[in-house]
Write a protein that binds this ligand. Structure first.
Ligand SMILES: Cc1ncc(COP(=O)(O)O)c(C=O)c1O
Length: 378
C-alpha cells in the first residue's frame, strides 16, 4: 500500500520549534509577551481592530456571546450546517439556538431564511463561513443593522479569506478565528476574537480570565463570572510564526484545490464546492469537501470511507446537521426541516488537504475516489 495520507495537519518549521524551546526557558509559561505580540500581529491583520487570543475558537464564541450580553431569553440564529460548537455555545450561555438552512453548494447560511426567523427575542446571528465563497458580508451586515442584531462571525475555517479585498476580521462586528491544528494556521489549540473597540477588548480580557479587573489602587475585583481561557505563551509563539507564513500556506492550499477541481472536472460524480473564480478571488481553502452520489451507489458513506482508508486515504465528515443531534432536537430540530443541511450531513466527505501534500497526492486521492465510486455503482 502507498504511504498513508492524513486529511489535515499543520506545517511547523524548525525555527518555530526552536522558538518554543526559548519560550519554555524564558519563564513565561502562562500568557506573557508572546500573547501581546500575537495580538498585535493579528490586530494589524485585521486593519487595526482590537484582537484578543483565547484557548480556542469555542472559547472565543462563548466569550463573544457573553460580551454581547446574550443569555436566557435571547434567541440566536445560526445555520443547521456547522460545527457542534456553535450550537453548544449558544445553549451553554442559556440562549435559544434558532436554525435556518444553508446553500447546498457554498454551505453558507441562507440569509433569506434568517430574515424570516427573526423574532422580538432575536439578539444575534452566528454565520459560519465555509471555504471558498464567504457569506455575503454586505447583505449580512445590512440585515443585522436593519434589525439591530449583533453578528458573531464564525471564521474558524477562513483565516486569510478576503471580502472585496479586505481580510475577514478587518471589518464587521465580532469575528472569531480558530488556530486548531487542522486550520489554515495553528497555535496547536487556540483562537481569537476580534472586537470593535478597547472597551470591548477590556471586557474580553476579564471574561477570559476569571472575570478579574484590576482597580486603580491595584486591588482586584470580580463583578461577573469569567472563565479561564487565556492562551499560554508557547501557543502564542507558534501562532505568531504561523501567521507570518499564512500567504505561503494559502498559496499551497490553493494549488492543491485547483488540482482537485481539474481532476474532478473529468469525473463529475461528486458535487464540488464553489469553483474558484480565478485570479485574486479572496477565497481560502481550509477543507475540500465533496458530496458523494450515494443515491446512485450500493455502498454507504461509511463503507466508502473505509474503502478509502484501506487504500491509505484518510477522510473526515464536516459537518453533521446541528438540528438533528440530541441537543439540537431539544430545540425542536427534526428530520426534513432543512433539506440542504441534511443532505450535506448525509453525503459529505472531507478529502485530504494540507500543505505537506503534493499535486501527485491529489491525483492519487482522486484516482482512488473515482475507482471506489465506480466499484460501488448500482
Ligand atoms: C466551523 C468551526 N467553527 C468553530 C470551530 C471550533 O474551533 P476550536 O477547535 O478552535 O474551538 C471549529 C472546529 O473545528 C469549526 O470547524
Amino acid at each position: 500500500m502507498s504511504s498513508p495520507l492524513k486529511f489535515a495537519g499543520p506545517e511547523l518549521d524548525d525555527a518555530t520549534i526552536a522558538g518554543v524551546a526559548e519560550v519554555l526557558r524564558s519563564g513565561h509559561l502562562a500568557s506573557g509577551p508572546w500573547v501581546r505580540a500575537f495580538e498585535t500581529q493579528l490586530s494589524a491583520f485585521c486593519a487595526g481592530r482590537p484582537v484578543r487570543v483565547l484557548t480556542s475558537a469555542t472559547a472565543a464564541i462563548e466569550v463573544a456571546l457573553q460580551l454581547a450580553g446574550i443569555g436566557p431569553g435571547a434567541e440566536v440564529i445560526t445555520s443547521a450546517q456547522s460545527f457542534f460548537t456553535v450550537l453548544n455555545m449558544i445553549a451553554k450561555v442559556g440562549a435559544k439556538p434558532v436554525f435556518v438552512d444553508c446553500d447546498l453548494v457554498t454551505r453558507n447560511i441562507d440569509l433569506t431564511q434568517v430574515e424570516a426567523a427573526i423574532t422580538p427575542a432575536t439578539r444575534a446571528i452566528i454565520p459560519t463561513h465555509f471555504p471558498g465563497t464567504l457569506v455575503d458580508m454586505d447583505a449580512l451586515h445590512a440585515l443585522a443593522r436593519r434589525h439591530k442584531l449583533r453578528v458573531i462571525e464564525d471564521a474558524a475555517l477562513v483565516v486569510g479569506s478576503r471580502w472585496k479585498g479586505r481580510n475577514v476580521g478587518a471589518f464587521g462586528d465580532l469575528v472569531t478565528f480558530s488556530f486548531h491544528p487542522n486550520k489554515n494556521i495553528t497555535s496547536i489549540e487556540g483562537g481569537a476574537l476580534v472586537v470593535n473597540d478597547e472597551v470591548e477588548a477590556a471586557h474580553v480580557e476579564a471574561l477570559r480570565f476569571h472575570g478579574i479587573v484590576t482597580l486603580p489602587d491595584g486591588t482586584r475585583d470580580v463583578a461577573f463570572p469569567g472563565g479561564k481561557f487565556n492562551l499560554p505563551d508557547v501557543n502564542a509563539r507558534i501562532g505568531h510564526a504561523q501567521l507570518a507564513r499564512l500567504p505561503e500556506f494559502l498559496a499551497k492550499r490553493r494549488r492543491l484545490v485547483d488540482r482537485y477541481f481539474a481532476r474532478f472536472a473529468t469525473d463529475p460524480a461528486c458535487m464540488l464546492p464553489p469553483q474558484p473564480r480565478g485570479g485574486d478571488d479572496g477565497y481560502s481553502w481550509n477543507m475540500f469537501c465533496v458530496l458523494l452520489p450515494l443515491d446512485r451507489l450500493r455502498s454507504s458513506r461509511r463503507e466508502l470511507r473505509d474503502a478509502l482508508a484501506a487504500r491509505g486515504i484518510a477522510t473526515g465528515v464536516s459537518y453533521e446537521a446541528l438540528h438533528l443531534c440530541t441537543l439540537g432536537r431539544r430545540y425542536g430540530g427534526h428530520e426534513g426541516q432543512f433539506r440542504n443541511a441534511e443532505r450535506i450531513a448525509r453525503e459529505t466527505v472531507t478529502l485530504p488537504l494540507h500543505t505537506a501534500m503534493t499535486e501527485a497526492d491529489v491525483d492519487r486521492v482522486c484516482a482512488v475516489v473515482a475507482e471506489t465510486i465506480a466499484g460501488a455503482r448500482r
